[in-house]
Design a protein around this ligand. Structure first.
Ligand code: ADP
Ligand code: ASP
Ligand code: MG
Length: 415
């Protein structure tokens, strides 16, 4: 008997029929004698609909109230799934994040989980009850409803698996695993049987939305066995999806590049003609960080005649906030000739632990983009990834040519 946490995403619970299908799969595991905690997202499109309602009333709604509204989507699906399970003769009980005290910080719309009260869940499990928990939501220490950022139900699932020391956390979605890139963009993308934790962390952080980055972080921190699977396969199917592994398997054929990630949700801000002096980077990025806006890529040009240009990217949602912060600071902590913003950019990255032992990856990447006339605006590298910022209109082309350039559509040859 194992304790399994299953998480079902929005498309998987997108209709009554699909909820019924999800209930069948859960019932199968329950019949096999496993204890089950099930985390669900809102029905597909629902979170977008709720957020849009709020934005009809105010362009920048109060984040606390936005979370009150957004969290309702998951309350509907937990109730519906518990009803569907009971209809098939299984004991089930639904809980909101607040009811099992998924305690978070107070960063509304992107809160972090601090702890979960698992006692109640354990009592139910011991009584043979299937526990259904609302993903994406928690409460802060003052009792305010919080949400965990888009895609946050993945993190709810993994955090519960960590808190309960579950044997496995299964993330059910609308694809049957992690692919070499988003199969919606590149139909030839291949499913990976396994992907290392480090690669998954990079891919998630670079935009592969199949798993929210924080869910991967949690899995790494608490050693959660994490698997991505399809909810659309026959509930009796025993396919294995993609397992996130913590060790590199030397015996396996290893590709140099495992995947290509992309992110359309970024925006670039350039400060032209800032002074080239110690402390200038801090005087720009410091106030942005103080406003709780994440800065991603940063490029500072070589200075000339005491001045330089400084560019960085932020999430598009926080673009206006970042510009407002800079406007307020300009002339105080730094001077700039001009501040230019560009929302029509995207980031494309190649990821693979094989990069550690192979040279020439960057040149292969840059050549593939150059051959298509795609201009690179920013570059950043780490040990296992190379990212470039390009014009958003080239995103799909870039992903496709890189997929081909690194021969990701064919399985790696034996090392
Ligand atoms: P859910 O609603 O189940 O959480 P998401 O839409 O958040 O599902 O994530 C699944 C989607 O992630 C897939 O439909 C796919 O388009 C996208 N995706 C992006 N990159 C990848 C990848 N490397 N492998 C698989 N899916 C990916
Ligand atoms: N419903 C939330 C969203 O759409 C959380 C999730 O699906 O993971 O972002
Ligand atoms: Mg998701």
């Amino acid at each position: 008997m194992a304790l399994i946490v299953q998480k079902y995403g929005g498309t998987s619970v997108g209709s009554v029929e699909r909820i019924r299908n999800v209930a069948k799969r859960i019932a199968r595991y329950h019949r096999e004698g496993h204890q089950l905690v099930v985390v669900v997202s809102a029905m597909s499109g629902e979170t977008n609909r709720l957020l849009a309602l709020a934005k009809e009333l105010a362009p920048e709604p109060n984040p606390r109230e936005l979370d009150v509204v957004a969290a309702t989507g998951e309350q509907v699906t937990i109730g519906l799934l518990a009803i569907a399970l009971e209809a098939t003769g299984h004991k089930a009980k639904s809980y909101t994040g607040g009811q099992i005290r998924v305690l978070t910080d107070s960063a509304f719309t992107k809160a972090r989980i601090l702890s979960i009260d698992e006692d109640r869940i354990r009592t139910d499990l011991a009584a043979g009850i299937i526990v259904v928990v609302a993903g994406f939501q928690g409460v802060d220490s003052a009792g305010n409803i919080t949400t965990l950022g888009r895609g946050g139900s993945d993190t709810s699932g993994v955090a519960l698996a960590a808190a309960l020391k579950a044997d496995e956390c299964q993330i059910y979605t609308d694809v049957d695993g992690v692919y070499t890139t988003d199969p919606r963009i590149v139909p030839e993308a291949r499913r990976l049987d396994t992907v290392t934790f480090e690669e998954m962390l990079e891919m998630a952080s670079l935009g592969s939305k199949v798993l929210q980055i924080r869910s991967v972080e949690f899995a790494g921190k608490y050693n959660v066995k994490l698997r991505v699977l399809s909810s659309f396969e026959d509930p009796e199917s025993t396919s294995h999806g993609t397992l996130i592994t913590f060790e590199e398997d030397d015996t396996m054929e290893q590709a140099i590049i495992s995947g290509i990630a992309f992110n359309r949700d970024e925006a670039k801000i350039s400060l032209m003609g800032v002074e080239d002096r110690p402390g200038i980077a801090y005087s720009i990025v410091g106030p942005i960080a103080a406003a709780n806006v994440d800065v991603d890529m940063i490029v500072q040009n070589i200075g000339a005649s005491g001045h330089t240009d400084f560019s960085f990217t932020v999430n598009r949602n926080e673009y206006q906030q970042a510009l407002d912060v800079l406007a307020a600071e300009r002339g105080k902590s730094f001077k700039a000739r001009e501040i230019i913003g560009d929302k029509r950019i995207c980031k494309v990255s190649v990821v693979g632990i094989g990069m550690r032992s192979h040279v020439g990856i960057a040149s292969r990447m840059f050549k593939a983009l150059a051959d298509e006339g795609i201009n690179i605006q920013m570059i950043s590298t780490s040990e296992i990834k190379i990212s470039v910022v390009i014009d958003e209109k080239y995103l799909e082309l870039a992903v496709r040519v890189l997929h081909r350039a690194f021969e990701l559509d064919t399985p790696p040859k034996a090392a």
